[in-house]
Design a protein around this ligand. Structure first.
Ligand code: NAI
Length: 279
């Protein structure tokens, strides 16, 4: 029996890249999959049905079950439509993977408001809208559930030229932590992946020069998503799981021991003790 037998999974942005790999693996593991993809280019321009339909055809050709959905996760209507298409086709869902994304890289001084807003809308607002729409259904279904979000190294540590993307992904980190707390009473776990994989989004990056899809492709990411989406991950929530090729690890927020006393500190004293504060 497959790891996800009997489950229904919504996977956003699964017409290509990492999401496609999630969809194919989830289906191989027995899940029925809603393959959502707007069909845009990597900067969020254009749209089309082809990307999602191709993945659905691949799943069906391999004997699985899937339905395509072309809604944008960045709008309320899109997020609701996505959730409804799962309920319409399969009558329920158990798993949501928030994976859709775009890039509009610019340094802060050169970034237009539109470049900032669009990236925030797809990543952060999209994750919020789909999580909220799905959470309301999970509450009514009363059978628990799994949400797997997608953050990034860039959002956790910052990255030159990605102020919009880093802010969006940092927001997804905080949203994941908060949703994990709020959804605990419903038996819904909420975790996030911080992947590194060679896809159309990252193919120009210097760090991938000379590397092949075999070495660092999305096939390394999907099994971690499948694990977090499965019954094996019961009790694991609020975690940020890094995956870089064959390496799997957790990101943790660090609080230093710092310095303490019962009275306010003076600026000059803070300067003096900075070594201890930052250690
Ligand atoms: P990708 O560009 O291949 O996949 C993103 C998919 O989302 C595309 O198929 C696109 O059509 C779809 N999409 C875009 N806007 C959408 C919208 N409004 N509604 C629905 N679908 C939409 O890129 P990749 O690399 O597979 O990225 C997947 C996720 O992983 C993204 O959230 C990305 O930010 C994240 N990520 C990827 C990293 C990598 O190294 N590839 C690193 C860190 C994070």
């Amino acid at each position: 029996m497959g790891l996800l037998e009997g489950k229904v999974a919504i996977i956003t942005g699964s017409g290509g890249g990492i999401g496609r790999e999630h969809a194919l693996l989830f289906a191989r593991e027995g899940a029925k999959v809603v393959v959502n993809d707007l069909g845009s280019d990597r900067h969020g321009g254009g749209k089309g049905a082809e990307m999602a339909e191709k993945v659905v055809a691949e799943i069906k050709a391999a004997g699985g079950d899937a339905v395509a959905n072309y809604d944008s996760v960045a709008t309320r209507e899109g997020a609701d439509g996505l959730v409804w298409s799962a309920l319409n086709k399969f009558g329920k869902f158990d798993i949501v993977v928030n994976n859709a994304g775009i890039l509009r890289d610019k340094t802060l001084l050169n970034m237009s408001e539109q470049d900032f807003d669009l990236v925030i809308d797809v990543h952060l607002r999209g994750t919020f809208l789909v999580t909220q729409a799905a959470g309301r259904v999970f509450k009514v279904q009363a059978k628990g559930g799994r949400i797997v979000n997608t953050t990034s190294l860039s959002g956790l540590l910052g990255n030159f030229g990605q102020g919009n993307y880093a802010a969006a992904k940092g927001g997804i980190y905080s949203l994941t932590r908060t949703a994990a707390m709020e959804f605990q009473r419903m038996g819904v776990t909420v975790n996030a992946l911080a992947p590194v994989a060679l896809t159309r989004m990252t193919q120009d990056l210097q760090m991938f020069k000379g590397m092949t899809a075999e070495q660092i492709g999305p096939q390394y990411i999907a099994p971690v998503a499948a694990f977090l989406a499965s019954d094996l991950a019961a009790g694991i929530t609020g975690e940020i799981v890094g995956v870089q090729g064959g390496k799997i690890f957790l990101y943790k927020m660090v609080e230093t021991a710092g310095v303490t006393r019962d009275a306010p500190w003076q600026a000059a004293e803070i300067k003096e003790r900075w070594g201890e504060i930052s250690r």
